[in-house]
Design a protein around this ligand. Structure first.
Ligand SMILES: [Mg+2]
Length: 423
């Protein structure tokens, strides 16, 4: 009997692979296809996953601050450590403040990973995604997957003694320009004066670009943009971020009023669900429209790109599905003629992850002098941001070298991780 071509029938042949074999461990050994690296085990697998640990980190802020959606009085982070059978570790970070929920999702994914080959990042990604798809697709499940994927890439880089960007075929650039993210509101009086002074400080620190937090009322936002532009002059790039505080009408009104101030991009003008609103704002304004930090996976970005909602895509590697997925999103954005400038808001692990990603983001469009992507460098209070890495990542004259050490190119300070971890 002839088998219809559209029906996928599993082969019974030895060593064949079917469906979720990676996750269910039905005998498939990825090492049969993968050339063995130097860290081989007796069983022939390059590197079996022995354990996955999570570190819930939390610290109160000296001065609580707000963006347009909420106040922060602490900084929370979730770090993930994937440990191989021979004791080698890889580290990753999951984006977002819902650290306990994300740690729960990591726990759920653990059985699909322990005992599997840590080198098989793509196969493991698909296994993890398939395990959570029916109940995930966005948010907590994908943030958990992201931290694990990053840790697996870090581990793979350490095993092969190469930085992640080399494993991904880079680098396309060896250093990137950082822009300062800050300008959060505090409870102090004279917010306008304080924010203008902050702008002067970033310029004095060597940043050639920074991003203002808007979304506190159209009139207030216009006043802040005017005051800052007047103070720093026209040699500094100013971007603005409303964190989706507006509807399309208000966002267009604000955008038209600040267009003359030479704004680099207008980030999250409207709520992430309002793709039509993005299109309206984008078609009404000359300012490039940026967004994507609240979107997940290639499927989420497919919609934003296909509907031409963005001029600049901002996937957060620690949220969209890790390094494996962020690279796919950057490549897909490039195919749509859209630049990728990753979102980054976390500890030194997240910054190191963004740097590895930045090394391989395609030039869009290519040119002898292409527009290069920027590193988002958060300047707001974060008690343990760089404490968790042994060599802090610090811009020099506004530039950051992409780490060339193995994996993420950082060494974790376990004492600091312990010090800021909560049970
Ligand atoms: Mg933002």
């Amino acid at each position: 009997m002839r088998i219809p071509e559209l029906v996928n029938v599993p082969s019974r042949a030895k060593g064949s692979r079917w469906g979720m074999s990676i996750a269910t461990g039905n005998g498939y050994k990825p090492s049969e296809q993968i050339p063995l690296g130097k860290r081989t085990t007796d069983e022939g697998l390059p590197m079996k996953i022995a354990e996955i640990r999570t570190y819930l980190m939390d610290a109160p802020l000296e001065r609580p601050f707000a963006y347009s959606q909420a106040w922060f009085d602490r900084r929370a982070a979730l770090l993930v450590e994937v440990v191989a059978e021979d004791g080698l570790s890889g580290w990753g970070e999951c984006f977002g403040p819902m650290t306990r929920a994300v740690a729960g999702a990591v726990e759920f994914l653990k059985p699909a990973l322990v005992g599997q080959d840590a080198m098989a990042t793509e196969a493991l990604w698909q296994a993890m995604y398939n395990r959570t798809r029916d109940h995930g697709q966005k948010g907590v499940a994908i943030e958990a997957l992201s931290g694990i994927d990053i840790a697996l890439w870090d581990l793979k880089g350490k095993a092969l003694d190469l930085p992640i960007h080399r494993l991904m075929g880079g680098p396309l650039r060896s250093r990137v320009q950082a822009y300062a993210t800050g300008f959060y509101r505090t409870r102090d009086p004279n917010q306008r004066d304080r924010l203008v002074a902050e702008a002067e400080r970033h310029v004095a620190d060597g940043y050639a670009a920074f991003k203002l937090k808007l979304g506190f009322g159209v009139a207030d936002d216009i006043g802040l943009c005017e005051a800052v532009r007047k103070r720093v002059g026209d040699k500094v790039a100013i971007m603005v971020d409303a964190n989706h505080a507006y509807d399309a009408t208000a966002a267009i009104r604000l955008g038209r009023a600040i267009e003359r101030l030479d704004i680099g991009w207008f980030e999250e003008p409207v709520p992430p669900e309002d793709v039509e609103g993005y299109r309206q704002v984008k078609s009404a304004l000359a300012i490039p429209i940026a967004g994507g930090e609240a979107e997940f996976t290639r499927w989420g970005f497919r919609r934003l790109l296909a509907e031409r909602a963005l001029d600049v895509a901002q996937p957060d590697t620690c949220a969209v599905g890790g390094i494996s997925e962020c690279k796919k999103i950057a490549d897909m954005a490039s195919a749509f003629g859209v630049r990728t400038i990753p979102h980054c808001w976390g500890s030194g692990v997240a910054v190191a992850t963004a740097l590895q990603m930045l090394a391989v983001i395609p030039h869009t469009p290519p040119a002898l002098q292409p527009i290069e992507p920027l590193l988002e460098f958060d300047r707001s209070e974060h008690p343990y941001r760089m404490a968790v890495v042994k060599s802090p990542i610090v811009p020099r004259d506004g530039w950051v070298d992409i780490p060339t050490g193995p994996g993420l190119g950082i060494e974790i300070d376990r004492d600091a991780v312990r010090r800021y971890s909560v049970a």
